[in-house]
Design a protein around this ligand. Structure first.
Ligand code: NAP
Length: 259
């Protein structure tokens, strides 16, 4: 299927590794010019080379913290009129809510709620004017089924989810869609460190904890980041123009509910 987005311009956050890189790779395969962001210069340059080599697309790496005003401004200087924005960065630390003070909560809200909201604020009016826009926020399955050691994530991402539910309906008539992708378990560095943290809390080995987590996924495996990247590219396609304001789980059937 031709997704109809060749020549479009995208900003993809948290894209030197894991899910963000997979989204950038899939969009680049569709002929989208991608501006990819991560904090570590060497890693984002390496990712840009890899995506260029695999797809032949125009790839612009930007090394900033995308959740700061200055970082976002630098990204928007590199890509001033994006048609597609994939809001993604690192998740907050795991832990026990009794140990989190106000500063920990503010940092989580900034990283997993406000960063995406400000990026939407900075880009959505241009999309409305151009009559095409696709915004995909990478949130988490924890929005539907909270993970106790990820309380900062459960809370902050739920705030973003509430905001998106409203704004998506406001901009839909301009062919601008806003959706949240909710990853379950994907084999990335972040997922490995969460498994290590869980293993410690439960006094198990990493291998034992990993096997338990795989056993919780109906598909019997963790997801490949490329699978999420492909879903993201579809949500950014012309064909997906009637999908908006949705929270879309991609979790190999782990979530046990009917709805
Ligand atoms: P990952 O493998 O750790 O990759 C994170 C990427 O984001 C890296 O490129 C990192 O590079 C970049 N990054 C982190 N903070 C950033 C910032 N402030 N500004 C710009 N770039 C930043 O993580 P992942 O597994 O792909 O996860 C991506 C997101 O999905 C996270 O929010 C995570 O919590 C969420 N999630 C993941 C899973 C899963 O199974 N993997 C499940 C549910 C939710 P630098 O460190 O160099 O900046």
């Amino acid at each position: 299927m031709d997704f109809g987005i060749a020549g479009r311009k995208a900003i993809v956050g948290g894209a030197s590794a894991g899910l963000g890189k997979a989204c950038a790779m899939s969009l680049a395969r569709e002929g989208v010019d991608v501006t990819i962001v991560a904090r570590t210069l060497a890693n984002i340059e390496t990712a840009a080379e890899e995506i260029r080599a695999a797809t032949g697309a125009n790839v612009t790496p930007v090394a900033v913290d995308i959740n700061t005003d200055e970082g976002r401004a630098e990204v928007l200087r590199a890509c001033p009129a994006p048609d597609i924005v994939v809001n993604n960065s690192g998740g907050p630390p795991s832990g026990n809510f009794r140990d989190w003070d106000r500063a920990a909560w503010i940092a989580a809200l900034n990283g997993n709620m406000l960063g995406a909201i400000f990026m939407i604020k900075d880009t959505v009016d241009g999309m409305i004017a151009r009559k095409f826009g696709r915004i995909v926020n990478i949130t988490s399955s924890a929005v539907k089924a909270p993970i106790s050691i990820l309380g900062l994530s459960n809370g902050a991402r739920s705030g973003l989810t509430g905001f998106v539910a409203g704004v998506a309906r406001e901009v839909a008539k301009h062919n601008v869609t806003v959706n949240n992708l909710l990853p379950g378990d994907f084999d990335t560095e972040r997922h490995k460190s969460n498994t290590q943290a869980l293993a410690k809390v439960q006094n198990r080995s990493y291998e034992e904890m990993r096997a338990i987590r795989i056993g919780q996924v109906a598909a019997g495996r963790f997801g490949d980041p490329a699978e999420l990247g492909q879903y993201c590219a579809y949500l950014c396609s012309v064909q997906a123009s009637f999908i908006t304001g949705q929270n879309l789980l991609i979790d190999g059937g782990k979530y046990p509910g009917t709805f």
